[in-house]
Design a protein around this ligand. Structure first.
Ligand code: ATP
Length: 265
């Protein structure tokens, strides 16, 4: 599978400056600066309630930030930009709690997601014009390619999403996100609830994505997975950046050990 990298590896793909997000009296994000290099796997860790999911929600446009600046692929991305436009610009995500269409098949789940990148309008679809039929066939082919890429077994592809194993549901979510052709794929705790075999499969998939030029932003509590896989790691605590850097340096940082890693260090 190929992506269309618009930046050379190592160039900043997503840049955040002074991002703040407040819920009533709670400062969930308090001036966060982050620069995610193109072609990397970037880990975001921190204790419960540190602001990790809020940062994902701000990056992907689910919540508007109260202050700050965001640039993506070398262009400004205003804080008020709608989530649907952000997907079109190339940021896709998965959620901490799996979000799939339970009573659609795996195929249908991926095909629906692909419609972000299609041209057929309502009339073309209703009249089944030749170009609509050609596009539909291309969407099918792409859905199959993506499900195979994420390692979904062929037997799972025709089953309803809710019938799939937990690991396969997680894989399907990633296939749906990939169907939008992202430059940046943001994964919120993809290994949560996975058994060791499923986690190993996820690790291999993330390495494959990096090889294929897709930048990955990863929230994950599995410290071993994060430290073994990520090129850089940021640690959030109380809505602020506690540390940022290569995994080994972050692992040894006394402030990170005190606030988060403890025995896991
Ligand atoms: P976890 O690891 O437990 O998922 P997290 O690091 O992702 O935690 P967030 O979910 O971003 O943390 O929460 C950061 C803070 O913002 C918390 O104090 C949380 O209660 C608060 N918060 C998050 N979303 C909302 C919301 N929609 N309304 C009010 N407060 C919120």
């Amino acid at each position: 599978m190929t992506s269309k990298p618009v930046l050379a590896a190592g160039q900043p793909l997503l840049e955040l400056r002074g991002i703040c997000k407040q819920f009533g009296g709670i400062k969930a994000l308090d001036g966060v600066d982050l620069s995610i290099p193109a072609g990397s796997i970037y880990g975001l860790i921190g204790p419960n309630g540190a602001g990790k999911t809020t940062l994902f929600n701000v990056i992907t446009g689910l919540y508007p930030a109260n202050a700050g600046k965001r640039r993506f692929a070398g262009e400004d991305m205003p804080l008020g930009m709608k989530a649907s436009v952000i997907v079109e610009r190339g940021i896709a995500r998965t959620f901490q709690n799996i979000r799939l269409f339970d009573f659609m098949t795996a195929w249908e789940n991926v095909m629906v997601a692909r419609h972000v990148r299609t041209r057929t309008g309502v009339w073309g679809a209703l009249l089944r014009t030749p170009s609509a039929r050609r596009e539909e066939a291309a969407i099918r082919d792409r859905a199959f390619e993506l499900m195979s890429y994420v390692g979904l077994p062929p037997a799972a592809m025709n089953r309803h999403a809710h019938e799939l194993s937990y690991g396969d549901q997680r894989r399907l979510e990633i296939a749906r996100a990939l169907a939008t052709d992202p430059l940046l794929l943001a994964l919120d705790e993809p290994a949560a609830g996975m058994n060791p075999t499923e986690t190993e499969g996820l690790r291999e998939l993330l390495e494959r994505l990096r090889r294929d030029g897709i930048t990955v932003l990863l929230i994950e509590h599995d410290v071993k997975l994060v430290m073994g896989l990520c090129d850089r790691v940021a640690v959030l605590d109380f809505g602020r950046l506690l540390a940022e850097g290569e995994p080994e340096a972050v692992r040894r940082d006394p402030a990170v050990i005190a606030a988060y890693l403890g025995g896991a260090a």
